[in-house]
Design a binder for this molecule. Structure first.
Ligand code: PPS
Length: 572
């Protein structure tokens, strides 16, 4: 049996006296402001979660980790933990032995004793560590596009843990967790790693694992950084708390892990095992595609479904924590029970709902079947992912000056106010330019700033489940695409191309601006001597020279209803 509290922890926080000395001296040190990823890594270093590391990796350790998954001393360590910096920081730390590591607010977290500084071969790192150089892999994307070009190694002395303000009763350092385990008198603790909400399949799997081992269960979700697009940790933690009620009293407990995941599949599984050992666990459940980022756009998975289990098995002796491998758990309606997929007889019907399917069902307001999850858990997810009819949305009208954007926007606002019992904000081009964007001109850069500002405000309104109509010219694809991405993350977005030929707009010339532009009195006028990039895939096209304003407004209302953002049968 493995002794859970046996090995010593490498905690890097210094005593009060040393901390005071360092704080006083730090005014003379150059500073590095840590990114979110670096801050998570530092937290795990300081609390001992990354034992036996004593700081950010130096070059020989890094090269060994990349090549052989081992530190230079031979200890198993599969993941580079690097302080990546850019050219500017390289110059800043030049000639200094001690460097202050601060969070974004400037708070001094730790002092780094400068070690090696070098420029890594990122492609080699990507290939060896993640098995791919494709930037579709989130960690490779981070490495290539976001991480600095240089690595700075060195030991760290911890002054203050990165501060947290949420779920404080559920955050424990490895030391705290070990004492908790000891005081509970448990000798076997099975950890369950997750970055997703947990449902009945997970409950079943964790029950089986704990029973198999005869131990207690630690639900140990990652709340540092997970895969971009994952459900936020606030929602998840609320749902885990609800799930706990479904375990027998005292069988399972919850603690949050501030790790920044890399989605590194097999290597990450090994890393998770080492980290959980540091937290005092004796066993770790490794399921299907553990810490995998899913598939590439061509459908090829980055890792085989059980690669992580295989790699961890190879090193099981050395790890000092036992791994409990699990196959995918599926629901068998005939027996009304969950089974590992390899234990289900062929031809027997099985049911499963993927994360994406679940989100689609929530967005459609569909009932989630009892066999899949628990009412308390679903209730929490429904609060964050309300059906489309309760989400906010933005209608983004784009078109030439005089195409009819403002007229449609005003009519649409009135129609929506008639249907919905909530306010409707109108961000019209002219109005925005007198308030939000006062002082901006009509250069490409100023137009981008103007249009993206509108997108930002719209995204905030949509995030708060409000309704907004925007009506700038927005002549460039790129700005419209940025806005779409930003707003779609928060709720609904529909682009309406207000399509009137230039000669029609010019004939209308409501403000007399086309005449001035033709006369050369206004330079850079859209359609005359400045470009308008026609939208490629707008949700709605309004041909204002061929249809009435009621018809144009009707197209938009119908599209909103078709996409389920507007329920025409009921008041909002
Ligand atoms: S942009 O490109 O999206 O930032 O333009 P927008 O903010 O919507 O423009 C608002 C109004 O500014 C008037 N105007 C001009 N339009 C285009 N090009 C130039 N150079 C220009 N100078 C002033 C024009 O009346 C726009 O209003 P609308 O409502 O579109 O007619």
């Amino acid at each position: 049996m493995i002794e859970p509290h046996g090995h010593s922890l490498m905690e890097l926080m210094v005593e009060d006296q040393r901390s005071e000395v360092l704080k006083n001296e730090s005014v003379n040190f150059p500073s590095i402001i840590l990114s979110s990823r670096q801050s998570c890594d530092l937290e795990l270093l300081l609390c001992g979660g990354f034992s036996p590391l004593s700081g950010f990796l130096n070059q020989s350790d890094y090269e060994n980790v990349v090549e052989n998954m081992r530190l230079s001393c031979g200890t198993l360590w599969p993941m580079p933990v690097m302080l990546d910096i850019g050219e500017e920081e390289v110059n800043r730390v030049d000639g200094h032995e001690l460097i202050a590591l601060r969070d974004v607010t400037g708070l001094l977290l730790a002092v780094l004793h400068r070690g090696d500084l070098w420029k890594p071969d990122k492609l080699v790192e990507a290939e060896k560590v993640f098995g791919t150089t494709s930037t579709e892999h989130p960690a490779v994307d981070y490495l290539i596009h976001r991480a600095g070009e240089y690595y700075l190694g060195g030991k760290v002395e911890g002054i203050q843990m990165p501060p947290h303000y949420d779920f404080l009763d559920l955050r424990h350092t490895p030391g705290q967790l070990r004492s908790m385990i000891q005081s509970r008198g448990s000798s076997r603790l099975v950890a369950f790693q997750t970055r997703n909400p947990m449902h009945r399949a997970h409950k079943e799997l964790t029950d089986r694992a704990a029973q198999e081992v005869g131990g207690e269960l630690l639900i140990h979700p990652v709340v540092g950084m997970t895969k971009p697009g994952d459900i936020d940790h606030y929602t998840r933690v609320r749902s885990y708390k609800k799930l706990l009620n479904y375990y027998p009293e005292g069988q399972a407990f919850l603690s949050l892990l501030p790790l920044a995941m890399r989605m590194g599949g097999p290597r990450e599984a090994l890393w998770h095992a080492i980290i959980r050992k540091n937290y005092g666990c004796t066993h770790l459940i490794i399921g299907r595609d553990h810490a995998g980022p899913g598939k590439m756009s061509d459908g090829t998975p980055f890792y085989g479904p059980y690669d992580a289990q295989d790699l961890v098995n190879v090193h099981s002796q050395e790890l000092g924590i036992e791994v409990i491998p699990f196959r995918l758990m599926v629901y068998v309606p005939e027996t009304k029970s969950y089974q590992p997929i390899d234990e289900v007889p062929k031809n027997q019907e099985i049911l499963n709902i993927s994360g994406t399917q679940l989100r689609d069902m929530l967005a459609a307001g569909e009932e989630i079947p009892e066999w899949f999850s628990y009412p308390g858990v679903i209730e929490e997810l429904q609060k964050t992912y309300p059906p489309k009819g309760q989400q906010g949305f933005a209608v983004f009208l784009t078109g030439l000056s005089g195409s009819g954007k403002s007229t449609i926007a005003n009519a649409l606002q009135a129609r929506l106010l008639e249907i919905l019992s909530c306010p409707v904000t109108l961000l019209d081009g002219d109005v925005v330019r007198t308030n939000l964007s006062r002082g901006l001109g009509f250069s490409k850069e100023d137009r981008s700033t103007n249009v993206q500002r509108i997108g930002y405000v719209a995204s905030e309104i949509v995030k708060h489940r409000g309704v907004v109509i925007c009506a700038p010219i927005a002549p460039y694809h790129e700005d419209r695409a940025v806005n779409r991405r930003r707003i779609e993350r928060e709720g609904g977005y529909i682009e309406v191309f207000v399509d009137a030929p230039l000669e029609v707009c010019e004939r209308r010339d409501v403000k007399g601006l086309y005449a001035k532009a033709r006369a050369g009195l206004i330079k850079g006028f859209t359609g005359i001597d400045d470009p308008y990039e026609v939208p490629e895939n707008p949700e709605v096209v309004c041909k204002t020279e061929q249809e009435t304003i009621e018809e144009s407004t009707g197209h938009v209302i119908n599209k909103l209803s078709e996409l389920a953002f507007l329920d025409l049968s009921e008041q909002r």
